[in-house]
Ligand binder design. Sequence first.
Ligand SMILES: [Zn+2]
Length: 272
Amino acid sequence: MLTRRRALLAGVGALGAAGVAGLLMPGTGGEAGPPAAPAPGPPARRPLRPSAYRLQPLAGYGPPAAAARTPVRSEPLLRMSGVGRTMVLTFDDGPDPRYTPDILRTLREYDVRAMFFVCGEMAAANRDLLAEMAEDGHVVGNHTWSHPLLTQLGRARIRDEMVRTSEIIEETCGERPLWFRAPYGAWNRAAFQLGAELDMEPLAWTVDTLDWTEPGTRTIVDRVEDGAGPGVVLLAHDAGGDRSQTVWALRDYLPHLLDAGYHITVPRRYQV
Ligand SMILES: [Zn+2]
């Protein structure tokens, strides 16, 4: 334990001063090198693919200018860059009344903000928890309505899964989601295009706790502490099965990460 905690601290110290959260870069997940230097301003906008010009913004999600600010990506964002001691915790598939309240309580205890990628059908059944996430300052993201494999669905079904979920989040939390995560991390072109139409950035993760396999609380804690590093986006789940190990693990690793100097935060979008 001591060795791992010392390693955590050493990893943080080597990178110096804490950075500013917000920038996320695609395609850098799992690489060992230091994060890129912070950019002075908004990232350079990628040129839209020709087909993107034909996309029509959906009604009810802001003016066309707002939608145009979200690029159509070809891969999801995997981590934060330009940061020092910053990490992001994400919890998928909820809210679930058996586990989400415990996770919210622990985050509140340590005054930490996280991201929850909720499924619309879970949110519809647990609106109070969805509202509580927003009230506590957590970022609520769109994880589709029914958690399907998007690569097996047609465009209309994918749109329906995403739109319905964004609607219930906006109705309950007062703000539409700005982040989207494909179930199973299975992205396709339609998901990227529709996400951009709905003004959502695609966020994947850097470190997977594999908590859904129920490997044991200790193993989950070890995976988090071994995977901890600047800019890391951590994946865990607050629903979809027995998530008690996820709940117990968070109570264990969260104070360790904070003791090690990590700033647990949420990413920001430049246009908000
Ligand atoms: Zn999921």
